[in-house]
Design a protein around this ligand. Structure first.
Ligand SMILES: Cc1cc2nc3c(=O)[nH]c(=O)nc-3n(C[C@H](O)[C@H](O)[C@H](O)COP(=O)(O)O)c2cc1C
Length: 204
């Protein structure tokens, strides 16, 4: 709370109650936390679209945007799609489960022959891109007062395979992360992870 007050108070050049953009954004980032229990209420469609819009605003290598996003709300499918996943209770309690998938290939002319024919190639940066899209989603969830938890999927076959099979994902598409989202009781607090010892100025 003190940190939030400091951010809000200190960022305006004039004395005013209007929080600065930097203050609001910093508060959002520092407030994000993994929330693992939800009340089951559904997420309004317009809110969901905003969350996904924020997710897709993520940076990506060569701007290839490898993401494909599956929004799950039909709980009758969860036992099959998430078979054996120890995060199942979170999924069942959530208002929606987002499966962030990546197409690991892209189709474009090669760098060697930029005017040549389109060729399907491996996107070596898809994992990096997917981390960015997942974090963007989590920050948007926080901004809406919702809760979410990044749950691992890639690279674990036991978590990926049921999803690939149940949803019949194309062979080049990998389910990267599974994010349950829902309304929560507000008791989970963010961790303070600031550690100046992890910062190295101009030398190790
Ligand atoms: C790649 C990745 C995989 C994760 N997998 C799980 C998971 O399967 N289940 C879970 O409850 N939390 C999972 N988490 C959440 C972490 O446990 C959590 O981010 C960490 O404890 C820090 O807490 P915070 O998110 O509240 O800051 C995962 C986080 C990341 C980044």
């Amino acid at each position: 709370m003190a940190a939030a007050a400091m951010l809000f108070g200190a960022c305006c050049t004039k004395q005013c109650d209007t929080p600065s953009t930097s203050g609001v954004v910093m508060e959002n980032i520092l407030a994000r936390k993994s929330v693992r229990s939800y009340n089951g209420d559904t997420i309004p469609a317009e809110v969901m679209e905003d969350l996904l819009r924020a997710a897709m605003a993520a940076p990506s290598g060569r701007d290839l945007r490898p993401w494909q996003i599956v929004v799950m709300t039909d709980k009758s499918q969860y036992e099959t799609v998430f078979e054996g996943n120890f995060n199942m209770q979170k999924f069942m309690e959530s208002g929606a489960v987002i499966i962030l998938c990546a197409d690991t290939t892209f189709t474009a002319p090669t760098r060697e022959d930029p005017d040549g024919p389109a060729v399907t190639q491996v996107n070596h940066l898809w994992r990096d891109d997917m981390g960015a899209v997942t974090e963007n989603l989590l920050l948007a969830v926080e901004a809406y007062g919702l809760g979410a938890c990044w749950t691992a999927c890639y690279p674990y076959p036991d978590r990926m395979d049921p999803i690939k099979k149940a949803l019949q994902l194309p062979a080049t598409v990998v389910p990267y992360a599974v994010v349950p989202i829902g309304y929560h009781d507000g008791t989970t607090q963010p961790k303070d992870k600031w550690d100046p010892a992890r910062v190295h100025y101009n030398k190790w």
